[in-house]
Each structure stands twice: as structure tokens, then as C-alpha cells.
Design a binder for this molecule. Sequence first.
Ligand code: ADP
Ligand code: TRP
Length: 332
Amino acid sequence: MTEKIVLTGIKPTGDLHIGNYVGAIRPAISLIQEPGILPRYFIADYHALTSMQNREELHDRIYQIAAAWLAFGLDPEKVLFYRQSDVPEIFELSWILSCLTSKGLLNRAHAYKAKVDDNLANDRDPDNGVNMGLYNYPVLMAADILMFNTHLVPVGKDQIQHVEIARDIAEHFNKTYGDTFTLPEALVEETTAVIPGLDGRKMSKSYGNVIPLFTDEKKLRKAIFRIKTDSKTPEEPKDPKDSTLFDIYRAFATEAEIADLAKRYEEGIGYGEIKQILFDQVNEKLKEPRKIYTELINDKAQLDTLLKKGGEQAREYAHRFMLEIRNKIGRY
Ligand code: ADP
Ligand code: TRP
């Protein structure tokens, strides 16, 4: 069986929330168990610089993401696990790729475009608040992906466009210099739930409506009890299909537990009781990872050792491939 290289990265910005876990970390961890998969998971620390330029914050958040992956069971023996900035060849490749990328392609990239549209709608200069890192973001992401000859990129829907850009750039390079890069494909789990936040909209750090992933029990309970509900009385029957509490519960519980709670909704159950059931369920699932996370975050030396080892392995691969790429472009 030919093995498939699967690569994904998480940016160390903002506190991780349960949406990140259900939508990104959990599916990536379960993918590792599948046969024929060669996983490469990394911390996209230099991507974070486009929106966050605070020394202490970047430093702390890199450790937080590393500890989170490990707390949920990433086995560094099975996964090439590294920090993007430990592989400087990625940035060299990024420059080369940027010279093969038309500006028009990046003008259409959604993060940049959204910012320009927002500026125009508010009578500001179109490039107000746009740094070149944000503009070049998709090229650096293409370098992340192409450097490791990636077949599949597990991402949320919002990142599909970036993977398509990486593919376009790879095709352009291959046409210009001969077959070099594998053409990547986005792997989007249609079944992965979009977790709603406290206000019912998609849980997102940009909306400030999150349930944090690694908080203590008390704060977790408090967050869950803040989830917005309607004013139905406890006895009134309720529709589980129209309930933020139920949507979150569904992402954590077993089929039998889900069916059981749905029945209780229809019979009439108070929101306070549902919140308690939801808290017990989520807390149970997060208890052990929280313990491991806390241990790791207090043992930075262990995290350093792991990241260093992964970084060296990733760099070895990138270095070898970079020699080939340099040769292809005429720099030998
Ligand atoms: P945020 O929206 O909080 O800024 P990111 O855009 O940094 O989160 O997302 C990181 C990863 O977590 C992505 O793979 C994304 O698809 C996933 N993710 C984020 N929010 C949710 C959510 N509410 N439900 C499911 N997955 C999510
Ligand atoms: N852009 C991704 C995000 O915001 C993070 C990322 C950077 C990434 N490089 C990547 C994801 C390469 C997959 C592959 O979520």
C-alpha cells in the first residue's frame, strides 16, 4: 500500500476552545490510527505573526499548542511533530514559490479580501491594517504543505481555498521546472460538527463566545451555565434540533446517551439540568487531558526536548528536498 502523507498545522493564537478540539485536534488524532497514513503535525508559529506581535504571548502559546496535542494523545513516535520556525528551509521555499505566484491569486485569498472589503465598507484605505505577512499568508502555507510532499491536508472549510492555492502553485512550479511537488488535496470532514458558542453562533475566538478547552472545573461549569437558552419552562417539551446545549452534547456523548437526552428534551427537562448533564459529559472527557496538559505546561524542558527532536527530523527532510529544489531552479 502506498502511504499517504497527511499534514496539518495549528496557529498559536488565542486560547484553544472546545470547537478547536472537536473540529481540528480530535479528527487529526483519530486519523493517526488509520493504516497507510504518515502524519506530520506542526505548530504554525510564524503564521501567527501576521496577527499577533507580542513576544511573551507567542512564546507561551507555542507551548500551549504543543501541550494540547500531546494531552489528547499525539504520539511523537508516530507523528512528525514540529514547530514551523525550526525548519528555515520552509521560508526559503516560500520566497521561491512567491515568485511563481501571481499577485491576482493572492488578491482573491479570503482573509486578505475580507479585510479589504471591510476597509472599503468603512471608508478606509483598502490596505489599512494589512501587513505583507497577511497578504503572503497562503504562499507560506503552500511552502508548509509542499515541503513535505503532502497528499492530504485535514482542515476546516475556511482553509480549503488555501490548499487549492497551494495546489495551483505546485502545478505552476512543476510545469516550469519539471515534476517536483506532490499536488495536495484538502481533507474536509463533512461529518465534523461545527460547535456553537455561548451565544449560539459558531464558537470562535473572534466572537468571544468560547468554552475554553483547558480551564479548571469551576470555570468550565461557569462557562457552560452561561450558554444562552430561551425562556421555556422546565416542563415544556423542547426541540433538541434547535438547542446549542444539545449540539455541544452531541459532539461528546455516545449514540445511546444522545438518544436518551433527546427523549428527555421531548418530555420536558429544565435548562439547568441539561447544563449540568452537559457539564458532566464534557468534564469527564476533558479531565484526563487537562491533567496531562497541566503537567506538560509545567515541564517546558520536556516540551523543548520533544520539539527539538521533531524539528531536527523535519529539517533533515526539508534540507534534502531543498537541495533538489535549488538544483531545479538553477542554483547548484
Ligand atoms: P477560531 O475560529 O476560534 O479563530 P481557528 O480559525 O484558529 O479558530 O481554527 C482552528 C481549527 O479549529 C480549524 O481547523 C477550525 O476548523 C477548527 N474550529 C474552529 N472553531 C470551530 C468550531 N466552532 N467548531 C468546529 N471546529 C472549529
Ligand atoms: N492556516 C491554517 C489555519 O489558520 C494554519 C496552517 C498554516 C496550516 N499552515 C498550514 C494548516 C498548513 C494546514 C496546512 O488554521
